[in-house]
Ligand binder design. Structure first.
Ligand code: MN
Length: 299
């Protein structure tokens, strides 16, 4: 099934012809941004009634709603650094993104946390905070956790995976810490829907590609992940308890590159979906600009 968040944090399920059927009525009274987490936590009980709903209901047209990030408020958004070999090669070396720097892989770096406030959805835009600094696209498969996972062995890890979502790990290049450079508002677009695990049996060998203004920049397959989905769940759950609704960004393949205002970035992952995001410059600062010339949009 495909699960959406829309309008005022309603949750809904996709129907085959492309519409949505509202499912919020199945949920208890939780803060609206936590509804998708509540749905995931109750999925074993709700899966059947929601499937029944789809067969009888009149769907809402997708074009008539404002799509939100399908999981607007994960407790944890953790990401895999350098989890494809050819991405390692393009980052270091003479002509790399960071020339001369020795770049290791996930086997060394393990993971980093992005602010969950950086998440936006398919009806938003990627907002560049600087006019004069490089910001890159990173195409990634997002994994949504389905149940509390602590010290889970890789052989059982898939039991804790709820589903998948197209995810962009937008990244400011520079000397700041990763957690800062990748956590600006709008730097984690996800969507349009979370696709449940049962609908993506081949998640370990998915083709995906990213275009900018129609030009292919990244094309890869998840079989080339250094740490696949099961090992990522094992690695992160060994360190920190994962909870329903948490998201793992599995890492980007080679082909990362800069984006500019006016661009359109499209990430398409087989069986999971297509995420289409415009790029804008963050609205200009009107006060105190002289104090922080490099940062736009301070209030
Ligand atoms: Mn990344």
């Amino acid at each position: 099934m495909r699960l959406y968040s829309y309008d005022d944090y309603q949750v809904g399920v996709g129907v085959p012809d492309g519409g949505i059927v509202r499912a919020t009525q199945f949920l208890p009274d939780v803060p609206p941004r936590d509804r998708m987490t509540a749905l995931i936590e109750r999925w074993e009980r709700l899966r059947e009634p929601i499937a029944d709903l789809v067969t009888g209901a009149t769907p809402i047209d997708l074009a008539s709603v404002r799509l939100l990030p399908p999981q607007p408020h994960p407790g944890l958004l953790i990401a895999a650094p350098v989890n494809y070999r050819r991405h390692q090669q393009e980052m270091g070396g003479e002509s790399g993104v960071y020339p001369g720097m020795v770049v290791h892989t996930i086997e060394t770096y393990a993971g980093f946390v992005k602010a969950s406030s950086s998440i936006v959805g398919p009806d938003d835009a990627i907002e560049l905070p600087f006019e004069d600094r490089r910001v890159d696209h990173e195409a990634e498969l997002g994994v949504v956790i389905g149940a509390t996972a602590s010290r889970v062995h890789r052989d059982r890890a898939m039991d804790y995976v709820f589903g998948y979502v197209p995810l962009l790990d937008i990244t400011l290049r520079g000397d700041e810490d990763r957690s800062y450079r990748k956590s600006f508002d709008t730097f984690t677009p996800i969507g349009p829907a979370i696709v449940t695990r049962d609908a993506v049996p081949g998640a370990d060998a998915l083709d995906f590609r990213l275009t900018v203004n129609g030009d292919i920049r990244q094309r890869a397959n998840t079989r080339d992940l250094i740490y696949g989905i099961s090992r990522l769940v094992e690695l992160y759950s060994a360190a920190m308890t994962l909870h329903a609704g948490d998201i793992i960004a599995t890492g980007t393949p080679e082909g990362v590159g800069p984006i500019s205002p006016g661009d359109e970035v499209v990430l398409r992952i087989d069986e999971v979906g297509e995420l289409r995001m415009p790029v804008t410059l963050r609205k200009a600062l009107t006060v105190n600009r002289q104090d922080q010339p490099a940062i736009r949009g301070l209030s």
